[in-house]
Design a protein around this ligand. Structure first.
Ligand code: SF4
Length: 210
């Protein structure tokens, strides 16, 4: 998307819920604060990319957030968590854990844009194994995968870091993995390439996983 001079991009969505949805009020507010000739980009990451005049960003973000729109940075940051539709229910599929994970990691600075995904059961509608960081709930615990990639001929499945995690262990491991990537990743090195170069075994060693 061409970025107009004096504007910055914001990634916007309806937050984590039952499916990637927007309600009419949110659409009206989006329309109110975007200029007539502006474009909205719909990404594969359940986000809309909009452009806002730099000096209005904070006030527009407040207006968006008042109607439940979540705003995220665009660039070399952790993206908002892509999720499944939680078809079996909020608690059963761990929506509070997905929300907390998203709150902790979305917007963290990293060497290259990082896509995390969450899925509420092993059917895997949120595609956790082909995203940079993938979380899969299985019964009462969580599995954590890293290094998946979904594009072109480089497509690959994420590698299991650890299974049988409780939420606090999951948050802690994801935090530490982001620190390892920040400290050891090269500038603009994609996460899946970093996992290949640095090595899953080395990452596990740094995480004290045997
Ligand atoms: S991953 Fe499981 S809980 Fe989530 S939408 Fe698919 S079937 Fe439903």
């Amino acid at each position: 998307m061409f970025i107009k001079k004096g504007y910055i991009q914001l990634a916007v969505n309806g937050g984590i819920g039952f499916g990637a949805k927007l309600n009419p009020r949110q659409l009206v507010v989006l329309g109110e604060y975007l200029e007539e000739d502006s474009e909205i980009e719909l990404t594969t990451l359940q986000q809309l990319i909009v452009q806002i005049p730099e000096e209005e960003v904070e006030s527009v973000k407040r207006k968006f957030e008042e109607v439940g729109l979540a705003c995220y940075k665009v660039g070399n940051y952790v993206k908002s968590l892509r999720t499944c539709n939680f078809c079996k229910g909020e608690e059963a599929e761990g929506m509070p854990v997905a929300k907390e994970l998203n709150r902790r990691i979305a917007g963290q600075e990293v060497p290259f844009t990082l896509k995390p995904a969450y899925t509420g059961c092993p059917i895997g509608c949120g595609e956790p194994l082909i995203n940079d960081i993938g979380v899969m709930k299985d019964q009462d615990t969580y599995e954590l995968y890293i290094g998946g990639y979904s594009k072109g001929r480089d497509i690959k499945s994420g590698k299991l870091v650890k299974s049988n995690l409780v939420p606090d262990e999951l948050y802690d491991l994801v935090d530490k993995i982001l620190v390892i990537y920040r400290e050891n990743g090269k500038k603009r090195e994609k996460f899946y390439r970093f996992v290949d170069r640095f090595g899953i075994e080395q990452i596990k060693e740094e995480l004290n996983i045997v």
